[in-house]
Design a protein around this ligand. Structure first.
Ligand SMILES: [Zn+2]
Length: 257
């Protein structure tokens, strides 16, 4: 296995690293992205961990902090107001320099699937928010994976299933990286949306990593029996009296409904 690091937009405020993890075993390529929106912290915090994962086959491309300026501000956009997830027009090369370099990485590696990790403030179906969804572009076997992954997370990582169950929705909005990857390349492309609503950061990070791991397992990049995100983790994370109420993991979670 080899790990290559490249810097996109070097020498600019956008400068950010992309990690290319190649297994000695041939196999599919998966690309995982975080930090497109800087205020959606679990996306880039999960990405920082996923970039250090080992794989058993194929190639994993990880861009943990896609929009460094937004991540540094912990805001949706850069100070200039650039929303990176609206910079990926369908059918043509992006004009935004950062989006263009990210898209060039996509074109170079031709991933078999792409996952972009985001957060919503609320819960889909309860609030006007896409929180707790896997936004799916339905190319190839994307719907099958989305059904599997949401079912897996809901079973093993969601305690209060009535309120916090993940749902499959879609397609991703035009201008988003996932939409462009799905539509222009015809590949399964997903936006994972963990909710901030009465959840702990570590819960949201775990959800992101669990989606990422299921994607890597689905496409055969991970074949080892032990999991990076074991189902037992939910119980371990639930220390009494810890931080803010975490209704997704806590026993009184039904109050949120
Ligand atoms: Zn977002």
């Amino acid at each position: 296995m080899t790990r290559e690091v490249r810097t996109l937009r070097p020498g600019t405020a956008d400068a950010t690293d992309v990690y290319i993890i190649r297994s000695a075993m041939p196999g599919p390529t998966v690309m995982i992205v975080g930090g497109v929106h800087g205020d959606e912290t679990s996306g880039w915090l999960a990405g920082r961990e996923i970039k250090d994962w080992e794989i058993d086959a194929g190639t994993l491309v990880v861009l943990p902090e896609a929009h460094k300026q937004a991540v540094a501000r912990q805001r949706r956009t850069s100070a200039a107001g650039v929303d990176l997830n609206r910079q990926f027009p369908l059918g043509r090369r992006p004009t935004n320099p950062l989006a263009r370099e990210i898209w060039d990485v996509v074109l170079e590696f031709q991933p078999d699937a792409l996952l972009d990790m985001h957060e919503g403030w609320g819960i889909f179906g309860i609030h006007d928010s896409v929180g707790q969804t896997l936004i799916t572009y339905p190319a190839g076997d994307a719907q099958s994976f989305a059904q599997h992954a949401t079912s897996y997370l809901n079973t093993h990582h969601v305690n209060n299933q009535r309120t916090y169950s993940f749902r499959v929705v879609g397609p991703p909005i035009e201008g988003s990286l996932a939409r462009k990857a799905g539509q222009d390349l015809g590949i399964p492309a997903f936006i994972a949306e963990s909710t901030v609503y009465q959840t702990k950061p570590e819960t949201r990070i775990r959800w992101q990593k669990a989606f990422a791991e299921e994607l890597l397992r689905w496409y055969g990049l991970l074949t080892r029996p032990e999991r990076y995100v074991p189902p037992e983790y939910r119980i371990q994370a639930q220390a009494p009296g810890e931080g803010t109420p975490d209704m997704a993991a806590g026993p009184n979670a039904d109050a949120a409904a």
